[in-house]
Design a protein around this ligand. Structure first.
Ligand code: PLP
Length: 383
């Protein structure tokens, strides 16, 4: 029998990308901060209520902007979950900060807000919650702790587009936030990102940092009659060609989200029975959170079982993949710090979590096939 391959991810095109990119090219405005950039930023500001948003060339860049805006450096500490992508920590390491890693919850990979307070010292300046799989962290608890200790909160909302906490859009709750449009996310631009600014204090400086440390944005609005070097910064803005691509995706967001949620639900229904029998855990979405169907994962009982499951699926042409390795055990961290914390939940997700294929073009028949392979793996005796 021929085995048809199911990739882990496949970038989805809505059909309008090339058309808008063509428009950007032939209107003669190719650099950043043009019409498409403004359309995308307005989309986020109007739909979700950010004070201000700025497109960036990646979420990593948006996080670097956040770190600069937080005005942190040598001697300052930043609390970051260890179960996250490198950029969440790296953006602050580049400013000279010390990273203090926090553990995940037992019920889902998000930062355990109950264990946060024990990590705060007089040097702590920022907490960076990551909304893993687009599912909200307990933001009320985190904001309450941050406010009581005078800390800033930067939401790593890379995976959290169009997801909510108690009705509030993720990315609009902390002082600052960062989103990703990397081709593995729900809404894509190849490489791309966005910084969300919710605290008025940061708006002017964000525009300057975005435009190579100059007040060029004010100049273009006619607020000053010349622009020059006023602060630190970099070239964080994407070209109009990238923004045009992104606009085609944003226009079709409802359709993309609907499709992903349908597939996610099919996985959940198909695997519920096995989860009830205790073979693995399904993603937990707390009452305060919504699900934006960024990811479908299961948590196996141990590393050996996960490795065997990944191999079995691979033999059937299905690409399932594990996720983060604990950052507190990374080569970089271990070679720079001597106080390596013990973070058992983070290690558990690093060993046991496996992500299943989830992308727009995936069919319900393919989900069925994947579910059946998983069923066979857990319930049929090994031949
Ligand atoms: C994808 C991702 C990033 C990095 O996004 P880029 O746009 O590739 O820079 C950062 N943090 C998390 C949690 C992510 O999932």
């Amino acid at each position: 029998m021929e085995v048809s391959r199911i990739p882990f991810n496949q970038p989805h095109l809505t059909g309008k990308e090339a058309h808008y990119m063509y428009q950007a090219v032939y209107t003669g405005k190719l650099s950043g901060n043009g019409l498409f950039t403004k359309k995308c930023q307005q989309f986020f500001e109007q739909k979700y209520g950010f004070k201000k948003t700025l497109l960036t060339t990646s979420c990593t860049d948006a996080l670097e902007m956040c770190a600069i805006l937080c005005n942190v450096g040598e001697g300052d500490e930043v609390i970051v979950p260890s179960y996250t992508f490198v950029s969440t920590a790296l953006a602050f390491v580049r400013q000279g900060c010390k990273i203090v890693f926090a553990d995940s919850m037992e019920s889902n990979p998000n930062i355990d807000a109950e264990k946060l307070e024990a990590l705060i010292t007089p040097r702590t300046k920022v907490i960076v919650p990551v909304h893993y799989a687009g599912v909200a962290c307990d933001m009320d608890r985190i904001m309450e702790i941050a406010n009581r200790h005078g800390l800033l909160v930067v939401e790593d909302a890379a995976q959290a587009i169009d997801s909510y906490y108690k009705g509030r859009p993720l990315g609009t709750i902390g002082h600052l936030s960062a989103f990703s449009f990397h081709e593995t996310k729900n809404i894509i631009a190849g490489e791309g990102g966005l910084i969300g600014i919710n605290d008025e204090r940061f708006v002017r400086r964000a525009e300057i940092i975005w435009e190579k440390g100059t007040n060029r944005s004010e100049f273009f609005r006619g607020e000053v009659n010349k622009y020059g070097w006023v602060d630190t910064g970099s070239s964080f803005l994407p070209s109009e060609v990238i923004s045009a691509f992104l606009w085609a995706q944003l226009e079709n967001m409802e359709d993309i989200q609907q499709k992903r949620k349908t597939l996610w639900k099919a996985y959940h229904q198909g695997l519920e029975g096995l989860a009830q029998e205790g073979f693995f855990l399904l993603p937990e979405v707390p009452d305060y959170a919504t699900n934006n169907a960024h990811m479908f994962y299961i948590v196996c009982r141990n590393l050996e079982e996960r490795s065997a499951l990944i191999s079995t699926l691979k033999a059937q042409g299905i690409l399932a993949v594990f996720h983060y390795l604990s950052l507190h055990k990374s080569d970089y961290y271990v070679s720079h710090y001597s106080d390596i914390p013990d973070l058992p939940q983070c290690d558990r997700y690093a060993d046991c979590l496996v992500r299943l294929p989830l992308f727009y073009e995936l069919t319900l028949e393919q989900v069925d096939k994947i579910v059946n392979c998983i069923k066979d793996f857990f319930t049929k005796p090994i031949k």
